[in-house]
Design a protein around this ligand. Structure first.
Ligand SMILES: NC(=O)c1ccc[n+]([C@@H]2O[C@H](COP(=O)([O-])OP(=O)(O)OC[C@H]3O[C@@H](n4cnc5c(N)ncnc54)[C@H](OP(=O)(O)O)[C@@H]3O)[C@@H](O)[C@H]2O)c1
Length: 246
């Protein structure tokens, strides 16, 4: 039995550019539901959301690489009256280096932050979702998984792992009304590498057939659709959002 709103939704890394846009989309378009905003250190954007949507936007400390943190977060969400229905695994980070000089720490920290975190998140939510026989898991991968640039062996491998995990888990949960999908964005407006100059940004933009980067709200809208009842027959897919780049 599908769970339409009202329901509980969890977005990890909600203080980031994309996490904030995804959470905003749910808060604007699903006024009956409650959105839990997973945070680690930064809080400026989520505090604005919590003030704008009192009681509906709830800040939740969640270090996504910690199994204990996931258990505590799910206990908190499950104690509320609304059924838990949507997990957006958005938190992630990169630490680029050529493989020849990449340290073991750089490798492991990026794999842990982007891939192990998704494993932990999916494992934490799968039982409550199986009980309701409904669930939506949306994993934020990256175009780097499909079209891997030099200098990102750790990040590309982690995000490619997310896509593999998504496909496999989708098959495990399909009979239970739980869909698992991924989104692979290319560059996002306002979230390009801080070290880029304006000239570099313009040069990269010129290579995109649409001649622009994605708006974070456009990715948010795609996540919102994949989380909806309308997307019931879509599972195991990776939605590439790159303005036609690949
Ligand atoms: N920006 C792009 O162009 C782009 C393109 C493709 C895919 N992506 C993916 O999209 C997602 C969001 O990226 P973004 O551009 O919005 O990045 P961002 O602005 O740097 O935000 C990332 C968020 O993730 C949180 N985070 C990182 N590691 C965490 C951990 N271990 N536990 C809990 N939270 C953690 C950060 O929290 P803190 O405040 O603690 O740092 C931050 O709020 C990432 O998975 C990224 O790989 C981004």
């Amino acid at each position: 039995m599908p769970i339409p709103p009202p329901r509980s939704i969890l977005v990890t890394g909600a203080n980031g550019v994309l996490g904030h846009a995804i959470a905003s989309c749910f808060l604007e378009r699903e006024p009956e539901s409650r959105v839990f905003l997973g945070v680690r250190s930064g809080r400026d954007r989520v505090e604005e959301l919590a003030a704008l949507y009192p009681g509906r936007a709830v800040i939740l400390p969640l270090e996504v690489t910690s199994a204990e943190a996931w258990t505590a977060a799910l206990q908190h969400i499950s104690a509320q009256e609304l059924p838990f229905a949507v997990l957006v695994n958005n938190a992630g980070s990169h630490d680029d280096a050529l493989l020849a000089t990449m340290t073991s720490e750089q490798w492991h920290s990026v794999i842990t932050a982007n891939l192990h975190s998704v494993f932990l998140g999916c494992q934490a939510v799968i039982n409550p979702m199986m009980q309701h026989r409904f669930g939506r898991i949306i994993n934020i991968a990256s175009l780097s998984a499909l079209h891997s640039p030099a200098g990102q062996t750790n990040y590309s491998a982690a995000k490619a792992g997310v896509i593999g995990l998504t496909q496999s888990l989708a098959k495990e949960t399909a009979r239970m009304g739980i869909t698992v999908n991924a989104i692979a964005p290319a560059h996002i407006e306002g979230a390009t590498p801080p070290e880029w100059t304006d000239e570099q940004r313009k040069a990269v933009q010129k290579q995109v057939p649409m001649r622009r980067f994605a708006k974070a709200s456009e990715i948010g809208a795609a996540v919102f659709f994949l989380a909806s009842v309308d997307a019931s027959y879509i599972t195991g897919t990776t939605l590439k959002m790159d303005g036609g780049l690949v």
